[in-house]
Design a protein around this ligand. Structure first.
Ligand code: FES
Ligand code: FES
Length: 356
């Protein structure tokens, strides 16, 4: 069952991508059944203030071809794994022959794919090596560890090239998208709520959201502190569909986990060059020294203020409410009392709004 699924998934992926890019017109990915859907290299979404979301164009199809062919080798190693050194178990033969036939179709269609000659030659080698490995297994009637290791070692340098080219293609595409969006939005870029991407860079789908904000978007307000979800200097605001909000660390959470979500970072507090009421209170109370923890405190305080504006807290519970909200945020300069006093001052400046 597992073998059939994997073979079908990867065999279809490989051949479909080549068919998609064929010279006789592009097939539509959305017309394909689910298991044949291409791996499009991430979904990039722009969240603009007061406007509908905007989906970026997909990564060029050559990325999908490189990734798919690379996966075809990885899939082979995975599917023969359960049968290593088990000559009495021949259950793999039928499925492998089917996979071989699809691999051959992919090889035959390779010339129609849009990629540089060097890239095509590399992929031809990968596909041929795949087929040679399968032929060897079928001829000998066995899948041995030694044969698999030889095959893996042989493919490694070619796969490395595909991964490099795929990553370069994808990153260049997304950086162009961001550059185009910046030009399109002009000054509104600074008011943009968020940009999210599922970030399926080849074998790098564990890009952390804090890294994504800082390195991909240049939004350096979010600070990386402990990297262990312990200090919350990296916390951002997540706006839930029901109108509530909460903070989330970004240092241990993959960027993909935030895809499709509405996020506010510390860059969103000041509006039109004016500090927010809470930011002014932080300054007036000398809440921060080095300031490294301040973005996390600001976001947490903002979530608290918005919560109290909807559900005011009893006046008698004010200090406990603030303490509970800010609890968990670490300040290495030990500014806890000053942060507390600043948030308290903001609330007491408008008691009818925040207190019952
Ligand atoms: S850096 Fe994320 S919690 Fe410390
Ligand atoms: S002000 Fe320095 S860590 Fe908080």
């Amino acid at each position: 069952m597992r073998l059939d699924f994997l073979l079908r998934r990867f065999a279809c992926a490989t051949t479909v991508f080549i068919a998609l890019a064929g010279a006789n017109g592009m097939a539509k990915a959305e017309d394909l059944p689910g298991y044949m859907q291409p791996i499009v290299g991430g979904k990039f979404i722009l969240y603009r203030p007061g406007q509908p979301t905007l989906d970026a164009p997909s990564v060029p199809v050559v990325y999908q071809l490189l990734k798919s062919i690379g996966h075809s080798t990885m899939a082979l190693a995975e599917v023969v794994g359960p049968y290593l050194n088990s000559p009495d178990d021949q259950a793999w033969r039928g499925s492998m022959l089917t996979y071989r036939s699809r691999m051959k179709s992919a090889l035959d269609g390779l010339d129609a794919t849009p990629m540089p000659v060097e890239w095509r030659d590399n992929n031809r080698t990968i596909l041929r090596n795949n087929i040679a490995f399968m032929d060897d297994c079928v001829t000998k009637g066995a899948v041995t560890f030694a044969a698999l290791k030889t095959f893996s070692d042989k493919q490694a340098p070619f796969l490395k090239l595909d991964i490099t080219w795929a990553a370069q293609t994808q990153v260049a595409h997304w950086m162009t998208v961001i550059s185009d969006w910046k030009s399109m939005l002009g000054a509104d870029w600074d008011r943009t709520y968020a940009v999210s991407n599922t970030i399926y860079v080849a074998r790098q789908n564990n890009v952390l959201f804090s890294d994504f904000l800082r390195e991909y978007l240049g939004m350096t307000g979010t600070k990386f502190g402990c990297g262990l979800a312990q200090c919350l200097s990296c916390a951002v605001i997540v706006d839930n569909p029901d109108g509530t909000s909460h903070t989330s660390p970004t240092c241990v959470v993959p960027a993909a986990s935030f895809s499709g979500k509405s996020i506010r970072t510390v860059e969103g507090h000041a509006q039109n060059g004016q500090l927010s009421v809470q930011q002014k209170a932080f300054v007036e109370h000398f809440s921060f020294q080095c300031g490294y923890c301040t973005p996390g405190f600001l976001n947490e305080g903002q979530v608290l203020l918005e919560r109290l504006a909807k559900t005011p807290a009893p006046r008698a519970d004010l200090d406990t409410t603030i303490r509970d909200a800010l609890n968990g945020h670490l300040c290495r300069c030990t500014g806890y009392v000053k942060y507390h006093e600043a948030v308290r001052a903001v609330i007491l400046a408008d008691p009818n709004r925040y207190l019952s």
